[in-house]
Design a protein around this ligand. Structure first.
Ligand code: HPA
Length: 274
């Protein structure tokens, strides 16, 4: 099927189902879905009911879109996402971001749970992405360019919006929340990294490592959307401190950081200029 037709059909379905005029959307990462529960006038669509959508297969990823208002601001909150490691083509991973753009969303807030590579960071800290390293060798823009969405060779010098980052940092100071800033490395997963891989990733200049966010950021930036990435550092990456790493630990720390993330998201949504 023609990819633009597929994106249009998803967007038309969501237009009718959600009746939302939101210009901002938030993708909520592993264990971070709670923010959506605080929205008023909610309308929800489950991923499973959206045409052309694969069903997510990861614990901690609910798989739904909640449209509503937050202190008067229209927003769409997405609980769950698709990952490369699930075996989906990247066109599926970024399908929703593209459909949201057709619906009028111009600002994308991407959140995730990830590992801290910078030894000065602590599990439970939040980090705003200044930039990313794509270590997968893959890119959602590979293939026929969708000229209606953006140019063949998009600039990537400013994927993460500077003004939104500055706003997040101001809010964090006001609210007494520790907010780190750094480079996020995209790792395909599903295996967590080996100690040698983490040494390599640190040497390459990353502060955090995770298995999501970058494909959505690249697709959004192709469409000239404003993007902010906020990572919840759920653990120290492999080998930085002794001990093995489990997905349960990641979900547990993310849930505890969820309240602080919600405070940050609230501030961004109510104070940003749309
Ligand atoms: N590595 C990759 N992905 C992750 C990690 C990690 O340490 N923690 C949570 N997601």
């Amino acid at each position: 099927m023609d990819e633009m037709k597929r994106i249009r059909e998803v967007s038309e379905f969501l237009r009718k189902a959600l009746l939302s005029d939101a210009s901002v959307a938030v993708i909520l990462g592993s264990g971070l879905g709670g923010f959506a529960d605080g929205l008023s006038d909610r309308r929800t669509v489950r991923f499973a009911d959206i045409p052309h959508f694969p069903a997510p297969r990861v614990a901690g990823h609910v798989g739904s879109i909640v449209a509503g208002t937050f202190h008067g601001v229209s927003v769409m909150a997405i609980q769950g996402r698709f990952h490369l490691y699930e075996g989906y083509p990247l066109s599926d991973v970024v399908l929703l971001v593209r459909a949201l753009h057709l619906l009028g969303v111009r600002t994308l807030i991407l959140t995730n749970a990830c590992g801290a590579v910078n030894p000065a960071f602590e599990p439970g800290d939040l980090m705003v992405l200044s930039d990313h390293l794509n270590l997968t060798g893959q890119n959602p823009l590979i293939g026929k360019n969708l000229d209606e969405l953006g140019t063949r060779f998009p600039d990537a010098s400013m994927v993460y919006d500077e003004a939104l980052r500055a706003l997040a940092k101001r809010i964090a100071v006001q609210e007494g929340i520790t907010l780190r800033e750094g480079v996020y490395a995209w790792w395909s997963g599903p295996s967590y990294e080996t100690p040698a891989e983490i040494r390599m990733i640190r040497t390459l200049g990353a502060d955090a490592v995770g298995m999501s966010t970058v494909p959505e950021a690249l697709a959004a930036s192709h469409m000239k959307m404003k993007v902010i990435g906020i990572a919840c550092l759920t653990n120290m990456a492999t080998g930085i401190r002794p001990g093995a790493l489990t997905h349960d630990e990641v979900l547990d720390v993310a849930a505890k950081a969820g309240t602080r993330l919600s405070v940050l998201l609230s501030g961004i949504l109510t104070k940003m200029t749309q």
